[in-house]
Design a protein around this ligand. Sequence first.
Ligand SMILES: Cc1cc2nc3c(=O)[nH]c(=O)nc-3n(C[C@H](O)[C@H](O)[C@H](O)COP(=O)(O)OP(=O)(O)OC[C@H]3O[C@@H](n4cnc5c(N)ncnc54)[C@H](O)[C@@H]3O)c2cc1C
Ligand code: SF4
Length: 599
Amino acid sequence: MPFITSDQVQPEYDVAIVGSGAGGGQMAYTLTQAGLKCVMLESGRSYNPDTETAMFQRPDQSPLMGISTPDKFFGFSDATVNGGWTVPGEPYTQASDKPEEQFWWWRARMMGGRTNHWGRISLRNGQYDFKPYSRDGLGFDWPLNYKDVEPYYTKVEMLIGVYGTNEGLENTPNSPKGVLLPAPKGRASELYTQKHGKKLGIPVIPIHRAVLTKALDADKIPAKLHPKNPRAQKILADAMRGRAACFWATPCVRGCNIRANYQSTTVHLPPALATGNLDILSDAHAREILIGKDGKANGVLYINKKTRKEERVKAKAVVIAASSGETVRILLNTKNAQHPNGLANSTGLVGKYIMDTVGASVSGHVPALENLPPHNEDGAGGSHFYAPWWLYKEQLKGKLNFARGYHIEMGGSRGMPGGRNPAPSDFIKGAYGTKFKEEARRYYGSFVGYACRGEMIPNEGSFAELDPKVKDDYGIPVLKWHWKWSEHELNMALHASKTFGALIEAMGGTVRSKQVKTGHDIIEPGGKIIHEVGGALMGADPKKSVCNSWNQTWDVKNLFLCDGTPFPSNADKNPTLTIMALAWRTGDYIVEQARKGNL
Ligand SMILES: Cc1cc2nc3c(=O)[nH]c(=O)nc-3n(C[C@H](O)[C@H](O)[C@H](O)COP(=O)(O)OP(=O)(O)OC[C@H]3O[C@@H](n4cnc5c(N)ncnc54)[C@H](O)[C@@H]3O)c2cc1C
Ligand code: SF4
């Protein structure tokens, strides 16, 4: 059973999975390793990282030296195909003309979705993050505790491979001994930030990223992940042996055809396919979920994008993992007599409380980093260090004018320059020839940048609904976005900008970004950090939520939402590791229900 076309679809599957990204990939892996027959529908085209990854292309070999364009926001060689802030033929609309009330919706329409080029920062939510309402009375608690999710964080980390260290900091969980791969050394700018961050009490530590710094232990890990399942162990061991350790030389945003970093297409889908239990349909855009007379989901109606015909797959259970916005859209577009307001929407909460991450950044110049001896800092294709949120105690004492926290992601290195002048023109001051080379060598690597990634509290002004007029190229109503930042996010962004200024000055540097007075001056637009979650609230009360703690909709017992939609809060921790951990947990629950004949 492999990649199929519509005419090869089986009469019925155990489970139909919509979406092949982080949530869908993890779900397919868990279910097929346990023996369930699954079909996966992916709206984008098939994509083969082995043959399509431009990881070795130098900037000078790319058009425009690889710099960003509207359709290739992260540079010419970015792995994303048919996606970005706009997707051909698939528009979305905004309820307001005001930029600060608009949402930027990023989609990757390809096999593996956004996992082909994401940043691979893989942080666990801490115990506070599952009970935010109990701490400060804002937003919602999860109907789950850290200890419910902890075993699944560990399993995902062992499967995909995550580097990092255990530092035992507040609300920044350790992984069990031996789970994390060794962390790469800090780059000069990261080490310098670590040294001077101490003056301000900011803990700068190795970050956790899904990149193999050494080969995974294929002799031991499979037995830990699949006890009593020798076939699953063998399949996983083979898949792990097909992955090599990072060789520290290429930007991960282009994808990784040596399979050193996590993407669904190289890590989840190959072993899932090797079970023989998975059929994958690409160019299959799910329009609505099929519901039987018994009120249960029994399949998916999709548009075959190549023929533009409506087609159907039948299944005993359905998982939607199409990313938050698109999952909301499918639910709202599934309307019938039983579900006049859309599927699983008896509470009217589908589409509500969508969140992104608070983003704000400041850059600076640090003379101490000038004229360093030449050395290669390409490293693991992304950050090596970061600073987790450190002001929990001050916040609890009421010393801050916002709730929740942010972590600091940092940039600055002497890695391969991508299409830009290695030193800005106000430093080079028109120098040319030998003088230009001297100036470039002097300044290269002496610029730093800090960005906050902060928690947004869900609010009633941030949601998506169906646009009553606009349809996409396939005749399906599109999403209309509403967006609002509260004072908490705006004050947090301002706090971050002041902190970054102080950090740069503590390093003896000067700030290069423009001075800001309000949070509105510096906060990134909604959706710009591409961490959208929410829209199908998870909770303990069926009258006040869409899903229970198994990502199972209250209204339709065999329908599961396995992307970020059920998130009741969006901690400052980037969301994808949590999406995968919950998908694995839900997958185990589905397998148990299937064994009991309850699907
Ligand atoms: C540049 C960038 C950097 C990022 N960095 C990080 C990071 O460092 N750490 C982190 O935690 N997160 C990061 N993210 C976010 C991360 O990529 C997402 O959280 C994660 O991919 C979400 O997984 P998902 O399965 O919900 O969605 P996706 O991975 O987007 O997958 C959804 C899939 O569903 C398909 N689909 C959509 N609609 C339909 C439909 N109607 N029918 C069939 N298929 C459909 C899509 O084509 C897509 O393939 C980043 C994202 C980007 C773009
Ligand atoms: S830096 Fe390492 S993980 Fe990233 S693409 Fe290059 S080899 Fe792969």
